[in-house]
Ligand binder design. Structure first.
Ligand SMILES: Nc1nc2c(c(=O)[nH]1)N[C@H]1C(S)=C(S)[C@@H](COP(=O)(O)O)O[C@H]1N2
Ligand SMILES: [Mo]
Length: 202
């Protein structure tokens, strides 16, 4: 008889996570915490747009039906929040950034993603191509909840999860690297969890 149930481990921590999949300083959890710097915006599908401005200043946009018409991928990935929780084997469905970038002649070197509510985050273009980033609209086979970024969020699992902008509505590509919201408050500009790049200078 065991009195040690999951509840006694606290905050959904899992002791059975393979250590090689948990980056330094992180713990694995079964929970899916919500971390938002402001209120959850309610974005209707009618008004939903994803706007891309390339490094030549050309703009293009996709509305919700156009997003759904793009080839979708379902990926199972591990996510790592800078507040030290990691969640293994999360399943997401969405459109690879490669698809949005396919016709872009000049992507520049850096991307600044924007969200409803004003959140921004910056990444090198090299980190959003080749199947590393998605505009995700389903989580575990269900419509993505507003609290977790629905209708659609950026998903960049190989970097700390603050780079995965919730309620994403656009990306600006350029040859300038402009810090986003957390990056300008002292978080690391790149944010590789495996190198524990939490804060500027790490
Ligand atoms: N628009 C927006 N996106 C955001 C945030 C935010 O405050 N606003 N928080 C970031 C942070 S710090 C983390 S850890 C994850 C949290 O995602 P979750 O709430 O789905 O766990 O979203 C990231 N994306
Ligand atoms: Mo975070």
């Amino acid at each position: 008889m065991s009195f040690i149930t999951r509840g006694f481990r606290g905050r959904g921590r899992t002791e059975d996570a393979p250590p090689e999949r948990v980056p330094p300083g992180q713990y694995a959890t079964r929970d899916f915490p919500v971390l938002s710097a402001g209120p959850t915006p309610r974005v209707s599908l009618d008004e939903w747009r994803f706007t891309l401005v390339d490094a030549d200043g050309n703009e293009r946009a996709w509305d919700w039906p156009q997003l759904l018409a793009l080839p979708a991928e379902t990926v199972t990935v591990d996510i790592h929040c800078v507040t030290k929780w990691s969640k293994l084997d999360t399943s997401w469905t969405g459109v690879a950034m490669d698809t949005f970038l396919a016709d872009v002649a000049n992507p520049g070197s850096h991307a600044l993603f924007r969200s409803h509510g004003g959140y921004t985050t910056n990444l090198p273009v090299a980190d959003i191509i080749d199947g590393q980033a998605w505009i995700a609209y389903q989580y575990e086979g269900e419509q993505l909840e507003p609290a977790h970024g629905g209708p659609a969020r950026l998903l960049v699992p190989h970097l700390y999860f603050w780079k995965s902008a919730k309620w994403v509505n656009g990306v600006e590509l350029s040859d300038d690297d402009r810090p986003g919201f957390w990056e300008s408050y002292g978080y690391h500009n790149y944010g590789d969890p495996w190198r524990e790049q939490r804060y500027a200078g790490d």
